[in-house]
Ligand binder design. Structure first.
Ligand SMILES: Nc1ncnc2c1ncn2[C@@H]1O[C@H](COP(=O)(O)OP(=O)(O)OP(=O)(O)O)[C@@H](O)[C@H]1O
Ligand SMILES: [Mg+2]
Length: 365
């Protein structure tokens, strides 16, 4: 139940809902409940009021009663569905109003909840709806990221090759050389950014039976020089038997490098990063933890940081953890962040053991 509430809170923080209910007490009670999950909950006192508010705002979901003066819920739903047939609409009603059921189904209502409201049922339903809304938003972002990144990359290739060409001819001119090098640096920065954007929508996974501890060690080795320059020590320890599993090792390496880079950024004055790998036999999960002695994550951002473009650092793009989340989700795993009581942050990854057969369905789904 707790995990469901957390998941609902994570999706809900970007959701704007309209609640339409004529009874003052019920409206207050339902608005209070929805406000616990959603970013915005506006209220309307009848169907007509609801329709006016709907037209003037940008909502992700409408929750409504049926019997209301001036304009009923059924009438309002029909009008809203005429404007946007995909708008999710949930009806909450005190009675089993089966005579309205056909009308509501024909109007395109998505769900019908009977009062008294049962917490568990309401949470399950809201979560189901929020997941759908979130998937739609993510698909739009991914599509945009994909199109924009490809276009930018084509232009960058041309800018880069022309700058390299000029650099050869004007190598003796110091000012020109410096400015061409600045162009090349900035092209490579933007290239990395577009590659990150592309990783967000990347869906092709090359799964191979892999010893994940090898991938962790390789990721640490890749950063060895930077780590020692910054006076950061990395301690890696692993349980004796970690089963091999099907993973995309290139993508997993991307995850581990991103997590190490974040810890390095949090350790401005040096310190330590502990990486551990264990196996939970009961749940059949491989657990990987990255724990650092850095400044920790501000508590009010601990859930946001996995969203794309959320960065609390000046140079960050806010894509690292969003990519990690996408890749771990793609392996049917979980990733979450917490602060350590003493000092610092800890990111935990839980990866189920994938067998090749079920991994294919996980990744295509
Ligand atoms: N280990 C950590 N300690 C403290 N804060 C962290 C840690 N890991 C992540 N964060 C916070 O989470 C934010 C988001 O991280 P994320 O990796 O998504 O983006 P970023 O590092 O800012 O930029 P980039 O796209 O270059 O990775 C960071 O800006 C940082 O404030
Ligand atoms: Mg990062």
């Amino acid at each position: 139940m707790n995990t469901k509430i957390h998941e609902l809170a994570r999706y809900g923080k970007s959701i704007r809902a309209l609640l339409v209910e004529d009874n003052d007490d019920a409206r207050l009670e339902e608005a209070n409940m929805l406000s616990g999950f959603f970013k915005v909950v506006d209220t309307a006192v009848n169907g007509q009021d609801g329709l006016v508010k709907y037209k003037c705002n940008d909502y992700d979901m409408v929750v409504s009663d049926i019997y209301m003066p001036v304009m009923s819920g059924v009438e309002m739903v029909k009008k809203i569905k005429d404007i946007d047939k995909d708008m999710p609409i949930i009806i909450i009603s005190a009675h089993d109003e089966s005579e309205y059921l056909i009308d509501l189904i024909n109007a395109g209502v998505d769900y019908f909840i009977l009062k008294p409201l049962e917490n568990q049922k309401v949470i399950d339903l809201l979560l189901h709806e929020c997941r759908k809304i979130n998937n739609k938003k993510v698909a739009t972002i991914e599509h945009l990221a994909d199109v924009i990144s490809h276009e930018i990359r084509n232009s960058l290739t041309i800018i880069n090759s022309n700058a390299q060409f000029c650099l050869k001819y004007y190598a003796d001119n110091k000012d020109l050389r410096e400015s061409l090098n600045a162009v090349i640096d900035s092209v490579s920065f933007t290239n990395r950014f577009t590659e990150d954007l592309l990783s967000l929508s990347e869906k092709e996974y090359q799964l191979k039976l892999t010893q994940i501890t090898d991938v962790i060690k390789k990721s640490i080795n890749l950063l060895n020089t930077d780590l020692s320059h910054k006076h950061i020590k990395v301690y890696f320890r692993s349980a004796t038997h970690i089963p091999m599993t099907y993973i995309d090792s290139v993508k997993m390496e991307h995850v581990f490098v991103n997590l190490l880079l974040n810890s390095m950024n949090a350790l401005e004055k040096g310190g330590s990063i502990s990486v551990s790998c264990t196996f939970d036999r009961q749940a059949e999960n491989i657990i990987i933890r990255f724990r650092d002695s850095g400044k920790g994550i501000p508590e009010n951002h601990i859930r946001d940081i996995f969203d794309p473009f959320v960065s609390l650092s000046q140079k960050g793009k806010g894509l690292g953890l969003a990519i990690c989340q996408r890749i771990v989700d793609g392996h049917n795993g979980k990733i979450f962040a917490e602060n350590i009581k003493k000092k610092g942050a800890q990111i935990t990854i839980q990866l189920p053991l994938l067998e090749k057969d079920n991994s294919a369905s996980v990744l295509s789904g």
